[in-house]
Design a protein around this ligand. Structure first.
Ligand code: ZN
Length: 112
């Protein structure tokens, strides 16, 4: 989901409390397609404690419709197969580390 400013129409992902275009605080939720494309990525070899078991892993910025972008972990694709511009899809799950993070739906990117 993204937030659309009800005053000027600007779309925000991730959502924010105040529109950076017109300073309105009035938003409505809009649902986006789960399909995006990879703009850039990096691979993490030295991970923070809660992700140590996953290292090495890749993190990328994925562009969705309406030019909206978010960062996230790329799962299930070996580093040497990751390509800028490749089609990815966002997935959600609720399994997370209990150490320092709250339990909430997590998202990650997989190959389409
Ligand atoms: Zn606005």
């Amino acid at each position: 989901m993204a937030a659309e400013c009800e005053q000027c129409g600007k779309k925000h992902l991730p959502p924010r409390p105040i529109c950076d275009n017109c300073l309105s605080e009035n938003f409505k939720w809009i649902e986006l397609s789960k399909k995006g494309k990879l703009l850039t990525y990096t691979t993490i070899y030295v991970a923070p404690n809660q992700f140590k078991d996953l290292a090495p892993y890749s993190v990328g910025i994925v562009q969705f419709e309406k030019d909206l972008k978010i960062p996230g972990m790329i799962i299930g694709i070996p580093e040497d197969k990751i390509r800028i511009g490749m089609a990815l899809i966002i997935h959600f799950d609720s399994i997370g580390s209990q150490e320092t993070w709250h339990e909430w739906p997590r998202y990650y990117f997989k190959e389409r």
